[in-house]
Each structure stands twice: as C-alpha cells, then as structure tokens.
Design a binder for this molecule. Structure first.
Ligand code: ZN
Length: 90
C-alpha cells in the first residue's frame, strides 16, 4: 500500500496516509479542515514545481529574472567604466 503525503494549503500541516491507489484522495486537513494537496514524493514535487506549479503563480517574476539573467550573460562586451572585460564586475 503506497504512502501518500499531503500538505495543507492553509496551515502547511504535512501528513502521511497509507492508501490504496483506488482510494479517493484526501481533501481536508485533519488539523484545520483546510484544503490539502497531495505530494507524491519530494522529487516529484520539485519536478512539478518547475513544470507548471511554480511558473503558474510567479510567471512574471520568473520571466523578469530570466530576462535579467540573459541580459547579464550577454552583457556589454566591455566595462564602460574601465574598459576591462575580464577583471571588472561593475
Ligand atoms: Zn491545515
């Protein structure tokens, strides 16, 4: 019987339940009766996170930081201040 991990949206309470695959998923937190979501296991959670969950609610921030990163990576060909490409980080 697989063990499912659930996390509460409301109070962040994490709990595990042994359930059959055919059992319906839990919907309520035993602590606060808040809505829970299922965390299959840590790796899966992270994979999902980068897939849609995280980009879903911080897509703006993500896009911005991504853009900034790319800008920084592309960078100016040399520093405007001292003209030294390699040793200058301003
Ligand atoms: Zn709760």
């Amino acid at each position: 019987m697989p063990t499912y991990t659930y996390e509460c949206e409301k109070c962040s309470h994490i709990f595990e339940i042994d359930q059959k695959i055919t059992d319906p998923p839990r919907k309520r937190c035993p602590e606060c009766r808040g809505k829970v979501f299922r965390v299959i296991h840590a790796v899966d959670h992270i994979l999902r996170g980068s897939g849609f969950y995280r980009t879903d609610y911080r897509s703006d921030d993500y896009a911005k930081s991504k853009l900034a990163e790319e800008k920084q990576a592309a960078g100016p060909s040399k520093c405007n201040g001292c003209g030294n490409k390699d040793a200058c980080d301003t």
